[in-house]
Design a protein around this ligand. Structure first.
Ligand SMILES: [Zn+2]
Length: 173
């Protein structure tokens, strides 16, 4: 179920106003709908100060965040047609955008993954380091029985913990 309480929980520790919650719910629904129709990825940027929204086709993940005004905080929500959690590129893009408060992924099976900045400093991390964690978890003998999706979730959890980010998963739609 997609409701205000669930959204507030998943976007923890951000404190969201009612208008922003409405925009986030709408964004999850929109990327799912347009994404399912075209089977491609879309991203919606929401400005936390003005609640203004913009929809973008993702040709290049890195470009999306920078379409926002650079000094305003923002939330980016995009869809994953193949139901995977965040990619290394998603995480690096989130890390690089200092005003990027939350990154949400809406999978086509209804699962949502949300990563949000906590109060800790933005510990430096490279794209190669992120990829290395993904590869290490994928190849680890102790995770041999897990699916690729579960392995990615573990890798994201480890990176989020290192960075002081909050990583949450929920069934949204
Ligand atoms: Zn993505």
């Amino acid at each position: 179920m997609l409701d205000d309480k669930k959204i507030q929980e998943l976007y923890n520790p951000l404190i969201l106003g009612d208008d922003l919650i409405d925009k986030i719910i709408e964004a999850h629904k929109t990327v799912l709908k347009v994404g399912k129709t075209s089977n491609t990825e879309y991203a919606i940027t929401i400005c936390c100060e003005t609640n203004a929204t913009k929809i973008h086709t993702i040709g290049n993940h890195k470009s999306v965040a920078y379409l926002c005004e650079p000094d305003k905080s923002y939330i980016v929500i995009h869809n994953h047609p193949n139901n995977t959690p965040f990619s290394p590129r998603d995480l690096f893009s989130f890390y690089s955008g200092i005003h990027h408060k939350s990154l949400g992924v809406q999978c086509h099976d209804g699962t949502a993954y949300i990563i949000s900045r906590g109060t800790l400093n933005n510990t430096a991390i490279s794209f190669d380091k992120i990829s290395e964690v993904f590869d290490r978890v994928r190849d680890a003998p102790e995770y041999i029985n897990l699916t690729l999706r579960e392995k990615r979730e573990i890798a994201i959890f480890l990176i989020a913990r290192r960075q002081g980010w909050v990583f949450l998963k929920g069934a949204l739609i």
